[in-house]
Design a protein around this ligand. Structure first.
Ligand code: 13P
Length: 256
């Protein structure tokens, strides 16, 4: 069975002090040996403070983005090696906010995925359609082209070493969560398409849902057969809100 993963994307929020307190609070609540996995993605400059709290625990941490380049004259960028040096185990690539505001396209995101994996980080590939694309019935083609670009560059075996997060753009930060059925429909589409390439990898891969996920809708979302956890934005910023989601993951992992 795939273990549920509850991941918090803190985006551009907080301070060193608040990041430290949030990490410490989560560690205190989740503890070690949880029935589900937990990861947090703080802003780059807060990672050392978070790492100091979470080191030697089961909780994982990572960057919200990474350079496609190994090193060199790329002002403002942060390399996979640098993240690894901060103890990161994972990294987000292709978040819709980086695609939209940072102009990242499928090819660049695929290069980032490749660089992360080659350096020893687990990439979380974010995909998802805009409202206009959904209304034009383009959800599946958009999502698949975002995944296909990575397969084209690194192959199915390497894609399978990462995680995919389906985050419909219209659901991010809007309070408009996809219904559990809407999420399942896209997750099932992704998994069945993956299985046309490699059935074993398709069954093994974790597919997270993201977009206005909270303690009230997490149980319904995570109980869907192809939803393996969540990538949480707003509700990952306080221990109480994040733990309300983690508790649902725990209940489901224990068959409740
Ligand atoms: P919200 O949970 O705030 O909608 O954000 C989701 C997200 O973008 C996580 O990466």
């Amino acid at each position: 069975m795939r273990k549920l993963l509850v991941a918090g994307n803190w985006k551009m929020n907080g301070s060193i002090e608040s990041a430290k307190a949030l990490a410490a609070g989560l560690l205190n609540e989740v503890g070690d040996g949880a029935s589900y996995d937990v990861a947090v993605f703080p802003p780059f400059v807060h990672i050392p403070a978070v790492a100091a709290q979470l080191q030697n625990s089961d909780l994982m941490w990572g960057g919200q983005n990474v350079s496609a380049h190994k090193r060199g004259a790329f002002t403002s960028e942060v390399s996979a090696e640098m993240l690894l040096e901060l103890g990161c185990q994972m990294v987000l690539v292709g978040h819709s906010e980086c695609r939209e505001y940072g102009g990242e396209n499928n090819q660049l995101v695929a290069l980032k995925f490749k660089q992360a994996l080659a350096t020893g980080l687990l990439p979380v590939l974010c995909v998802g359609e805009t409202l206009a694309q959904r209304e034009a019935d383009e959800t599946e083609s958009v999502v698949w082209s975002q995944i296909q670009a990575v397969i084209d560059l690194v192959g199915m075996e390497s894609l399978g070493q990462g995680v995919i997060a389906y985050e419909p753009v219209w659901a991010i930060g809007t309070g408009l969560t996809a219904t559990a059925e809407q999420a399942q429909q896209v997750h099932q589409f992704i998994r069945s398409h993956l299985s046309e390439n490699d059935d074993i990898i398709a069954r093994r891969m974790r597919l997270l849902y993201g977009g206005s996920c909270n303690g009230s809708n997490a149980h319904a979302l995570f109980s869907m057969p192809d939803v393996d956890g969540g990538l949480i934005g707003g509700a990952s910023l306080t221990v109480t809100d994040f733990m309300a989601i983690c508790q649902q993951a725990d209940a489901l992992s224990n068959g409740e």
